[in-house]
Design a protein around this ligand. Structure first.
Ligand code: AMP
Length: 436
């Protein structure tokens, strides 16, 4: 039986792969206007980074992480030996922890330095139950801004993400921006306790998962998809009533800056996001009119304690990530035209076998001149060669025939207008270039 890609993963075939490249380029263009530079961190990191950074009680770390094992370590494990924590590796479930680890490791934010503004793009891995818009391997584009606590950082990054969605073709009418503040180490513990106590009082109305969450991670109950839990959590204490003055002021300023920039948003006090590291601002962008569970196309927030949690010096941070596949799904639903990957721009067709050596040599000259060129290597008829040229996306075809070649000439055909002209062989390249 043929072997297919593992469940929850998929192949980026050439057309989609081209779109992914363009999508990343748009991100580099837009985020570059705001001073973000690309960074690439490993796809595997020490498991401990995610446990300490994202939190063991989160679904992402507690249930959904893929562990990576070398052959030797797998053998040790099978022999019942314990692995030292250093050799426990995981495939990254998200990008922030790795980027913050890199900033700490390379001291990218020395004391008194301006913030480090970094962007990344690449695959993330979560062992979730696959469904539409939810894969086990998916691609994210994200940014992290480390070293700035100012609310302007939060607002700037959110505005930048809205600009990105505009550019990529997901218009304002198709999306909604939800924002909230989760408070800080001063005010959140008391809020968390208030939610826990509320849940305890309503424990018999909550699902089993929420009852488990009650002790470990009560705020996650706001995310429960169970109707009854959602109803119970409607009545839970609201974070807005528990923010300390500094957090309330920070949140006010973020909103004020978004207002001035004309960015519309909806405040959602139930927005907690799944990861433990968030402090203060959190936000999510969802598609509107889409009642599927997987309607979040991007999200992020502030994480002022993360650098410390993974052993660095205190460094405030803000970041977001957006999902490429979910954005592509939305664009598809909006009727967006996707690019077609062209294998070549010019094609050389042979009238008969006599001219094949000339075609082979001319193709090389064309490629050396920077024109992506293809030709048939399978002895196709002239008609089939034209079909192939079309399939490969050629915009111009050079037709080599023995009679024309004897006169030092070739035919050049414009594949869009179907016009054909006879030109000197030496002028074939300029003639093709005028069509491309
Ligand atoms: P998160 O880190 O969970 O906030 O994810 C950020 C974005 O990545 C989400 O808004 C989604 O667009 C995308 N995303 C997260 N998990 C998945 C998944 N399992 N499959 C596809 N896209 C995902």
């Amino acid at each position: 039986m043929a072997i297919n890609a593992p469940e929850g993963t998929y192949d980026l075939l050439p057309d989609r792969k081209l779109f992914w490249e363009q999508f990343k380029q748009t991100a580099r263009d837009v985020f570059g206007l705001y001073g973000y530079l690309p960074i690439e961190t490993p796809v595997i990191e020490r498991t401990e980074l995610f446990v300490r950074g994202i939190g063991e009680a989160t679904d992402v770390v507690g249930k959904e992480m893929f562990t990576a094992l070398s052959g030797a370590n797998l053998q040790k494990l099978l022999n019942g030996e314990k692995l030292p924590s250093k050799s426990r590796l995981s495939l990254r479930p998200e990008g922030t922890a790795g980027v913050v680890r890199a900033c700490v490791q390379h001291d990218l934010v020395p004391q008194g330095a301006p913030p480090a503004k970094l962007m990344y793009a690449g695959p993330m891995f979560r062992a979730e139950r696959p469904q539409f818009g939810r894969q086990r391997e998916f691609n994210q584009v994200g940014i992290e801004c480390l070293g700035a606590e100012d609310p302007a950082t939060d607002a700037e990054a959110i505005i930048m993400l809205m600009r990105f969605f505009d550019r990529v073709g997901i218009p304002q009418e198709s999306r909604v921006l939800l924002i909230n503040s989760l408070g800080c180490a001063t005010c959140r513990p008391a809020y968390r306790e208030a939610v826990r106590a509320y849940m305890e009082a309503h424990a018999d109305e909550l699902c089993e998962t929420c009852r488990e969450r009650m002790e470990l991670n009560p705020l996650r109950a706001f995310d429960c998809k169970n109707e009854q839990c959602a109803q119970v959590m409607e009545g839970a204490p609201k974070i807005g009533d528990h923010l300390c003055p500094d957090c309330a002021e920070h949140y006010d300023q973020v909103r004020a800056l978004l207002d001035v920039a004309g960015i519309s948003y909806v405040e959602d006090q139930r927005l907690v996001r799944g990861l433990d590291y968030y402090t203060r601002t959190v936000f999510e962008v969802q598609t509107v009119g889409d009642d599927r569970a997987q309607n979040a196309i991007g999200g992020g927030g502030r994480y002022d304690k993360l650098a410390e949690d993974i052993g660095g010096r205190p460094t405030p941070g803000f970041g977001f990530a957006l999902g490429f596949e979910r954005c592509a799904n939305v664009l598809e639903a909006l009727g967006h035209g996707f690019p077609r990957a062209r294998a070549c721009r010019a094609f050389i067709a042979c009238v008969n076998d006599e001219v094949r050596a000339d075609a082979f040599a001319l193709a090389q000259v064309m490629r050396d001149a920077g024109v992506a060129t293809e030709l048939d290597h399978q002895g196709r008829s002239l008609k089939s060669q034209f079909k192939l040229a079309d399939k490969l996306g050629a915009l111009a075809v050079i037709i080599l025939g023995p009679d024309e070649l004897a006169e030092g000439q070739v035919r050049v055909r414009n594949m869009n207008s179907h016009e054909e002209s006879l030109v000197l062989k030496d002028e074939a390249i300029p003639a093709v270039l005028s069509i491309l």
